[in-house]
Design a protein around this ligand. Structure first.
Ligand code: HEC
Length: 136
């Protein structure tokens, strides 16, 4: 009886710490999402004020979060029952990487129309995942 109770308590505390780890992961990812939003705002502001430095800082900030989006950690905020969700996340992450690299190159070459097109493509990745996640 006593042994059973100890096991139960141990299981409960293990479960508790597992749940806490999940919450940590989730809040870390949500923090990355907010950083991405910050980055996108900075890029847009940079574009509107014709400040290529601000734009580049924004792109670098965005790229700083891509590691998480590319890793398995993203699963913490994706719907568990959708295998496709993770594949889709990897795809959008690689598109974000592609267009952000291209954006840096466009800014450095002074091709602002291309940079703007890259920005549109970046934003498309954000919304396409958000829309899908909500539909799933
Ligand atoms: C692979 C999918 C995916 C991509 C790509 C993605 N997000 Fe998210 N985002 C999510 C999920 C999932 C949530 C959480 C939804 C929920 O549970 O409410 C979220 C939430 C957010 C939030 C809300 C954070 C909070 O604190 O509530 C912001 C802001 C955000 N994303 C910004 C962005 C921006 C900006 C981009 C593009 C640069 C982006 N996201 C790309 C999946 C994605």
């Amino acid at each position: 009886m006593k042994k059973g109770l100890t096991a139960l308590l141990l299981a409960a505390s293990l479960f508790g710490s597992l749940q806490a780890a999940g919450t940590d992961h989730r809040s870390m990812l949500m923090k990355d999402m907010r950083t991405m939003l910050d980055a996108m705002e900075q890029i847009q502001r940079g574009g509107l004020y014709s400040s290529s430095d601000d734009m580049k800082t924004g792109v670098k900030k965005l790229q700083g979060t891509l590691k998480t989006l590319e890793s398995e950690d993203i699963k913490w905020i994706l719907p568990k029952d959708q295998v496709y969700a993770y594949k889709f996340a990897q795809k959008t992450a690689s598109m974000l990487r592609l267009y952000s690299d291209d954006m840096i190159a466009s800014i450095e070459a002074g091709r602002m129309d291309d940079a703007l097109e890259d920005y549109t493509q970046l934003l498309k990745q954000c919304t396409s995942c958000h829309i899908r996640i909500r539909n799933w």
